[in-house]
Design a protein around this ligand. Structure first.
Ligand code: PEP
Ligand code: MN
Length: 342
């Protein structure tokens, strides 16, 4: 249920409503919007008595059911789009946050050089995997904590926000010490213990869509994070598995407007994994910006051919700079900005 408060309620009054919600055995999520404050009252069972009890409170204007299965992620609960910001990296509110960097952190030289080059071109976030989910157990698994330290060093030099993957609940604390944004990889979209563990932190989360996940499954995965109290969730479309074998995955850009109708969470597009082919990345970036995405996640390496993982889909810093110039123009037409203007 959405408990809509009368405008201008004090913090104390909001808390009184939240406490009443919890006394009914429901979880209370306070969502402060520009127009109104609501308390989303979420629980597994629906009782008419609860609704009436809440409607009787002086602070409450009305109580309405949330029809979507994903309660806190739904636009019914929060009609205005959410903005997720960390350092200069902003997703939403007219800002297209661009996160660029290698698939894997490989060495100090590689990550520091990449950071400087993508920052110069206008990126506000630096990506790089330290814990890598690889299809083969014999493939490079990442530099682990050493990689996290190198990402932190690159952030110290450039100010870029660090986005990096966490693969298990046990590593959330360690990765959280270094990361500005915790990435949940496509393979882990339905790892519910991991989703709950990142939901218990205050660190923004970038949640990738599983390659065979439906939209409802994707949004319910986000709901696991939100339900733990972490409201800073960004969704990332990274392509789905189809019959098509010419591209690594199939990148459905209709995800952006579809999700925007249903959720207030920002939506990022990853054309690198979405296509798997470096030459297709620039045009898909332009299309993603045109379709209204709130961010881009891109694999960039100083020497793409030598990247230890995902070389075929990795672009050079020069190509990245061209993409940024083009995307800036397209964003401008739509009244949006690609942050970190070069
Ligand atoms: C990545 O971003 O390098 C990655 C492993 O992506 P995904 O989880 O989308 O496969
Ligand atoms: Mn990759």
């Amino acid at each position: 249920m959405i408990v809509v408060l009368h405008p201008g309620r004090s913090e104390e009054e909001i808390q009184r409503v939240a406490s009443r919600v919890e006394s009914l055995g429901l979880k209370a999520h306070v969502i402060v919007g520009t127009e109104r404050t609501v308390v989303a009252a979420v629980g597994s069972q629906r009782r008419d008595d609860d609704r009436e009890a809440l409607e009787r409170l002086d602070e409450v204007d009305k109580v309405v059911p949330i029809l979507a299965p994903y309660k806190v992620a739904s636009r019914e609960t929060k009609p205005e789009p959410s903005v997720v910001q960390v350092r200069d990296l902003v997703f939403g509110g007219g800002h297209i946050g661009v996160v660029a960097g290698p698939c894997s952190v490989e060495s100090e030289e590689q990550i520091i050089e990449t950071a400087h080059r993508v920052k110069a071109a206008g990126a506000t976030g630096l990506r790089g995997g330290a814990f890598k989910p690889r299809t083969s157990p014999y493939a490079f698994q990442g530099l682990k904590e050493e990689g996290l330290k190198l990402l932190a060093a690159a952030r110290d030099e450039t100010g870029l926000a660090v986005v990096t993957e966490v693969m298990t609940p046990e590593h959330v604390e360690l990765v959280g010490k270094y990361a500005d944004v915790l990435q949940i990889g496509a393979r882990n979209m339905q790892n519910y213990h991991l989703l709950q563990a990142v939901g218990e932190t205050k660190t923004p989360v970038l949640l990738k869509r599983g390659p065979s996940a439906t939209m409802d499954e994707f949004l319910l995965a986000a709901e696991y994070v939100l339900d733990q109290g972490n409201q800073q969730v960004v969704l990332c479309e990274r392509g789905v598995r189809t019959f098509e074998s010419h591209t690594r995955f199939t990148l459905p850009l209709a995800t952006v407007p579809y999700l925007q109708e249903r959720t207030h969470l920002p939506i990022v597009i990853d054309p690198s994994h979405g296509t798997g082919i470096a030459s297709l990345v620039p045009s898909m970036c332009r299309a993603a910006v045109a379709v209204g995405c709130d961010g881009l996640l891109l694999e960039v390496h100083p020497n793409p051919a030598e990247a230890v993982s995902d070389a075929a889909q990795t672009i050079s810093p020069d190509t990245f700079a061209t993409i940024m110039d083009e995307c800036r123009k397209i964003a401008g037409v739509l009244g949006r900005t690609v942050d970190g203007q070069a």
